[in-house]
Write a protein that binds this ligand. Sequence first.
Ligand code: ZN
Length: 151
Amino acid sequence: MTAPLKTEHGINFSIAHAGAWQDLAQHVFRHAAMGDVRGKLFLKEPLQLTGMEISLGTIPAGRGTPFTHRHRENEEVYIFVKGRGQFQVDDKILEVREGTVVRVACAGVRAWRNNSSEPLHYIVIQAKSGTLANGTITDGAVVSEKVSWSD
Ligand code: ZN
C-alpha cells in the first residue's frame, strides 16, 4: 500500500511532504518489469518537475539493488544522507556514507548496496547530460520584492 503523498501547487511552486526518512518504506514505486519497489519515491510528477527527476530512496540493512543500470541521456547524482554502503560504477567500488555525493555519467553501469546494519537513505537527481548552461549563483537574480517575514 502506497502512502498518499501530500502535495500542494501554486503558480510558481509545488511542495510535497514525503515524511520522515525512517518511514520512506511506506512509499512503493511500481516498476513495469520489477514489480513493486518499496522505499523509492520519484518526485517528477508530484512536483511537476520539468528539468530534472528527483527521487528519494532507502535500502534496508544488508540489501542492495538487484540489477545494474545505465542511462540513455541523463547523468545522475546520488546524495547519501544517512547510513553506509557501497556504490559500484563499472568495475569500481566506492564506499559511501552520510555526506557522500556520487555523480555517474550516462554510460556508467551502476548498482549500490547497504552492507551495514542500519538503513541507507539517499537522494537521486537526474538531469539531461550536457544541458546545464549556468550553475551555482550565476542563474540567480536578486529582485526587489521583500521577504514576507521581514520587517
Ligand atoms: Zn538511474
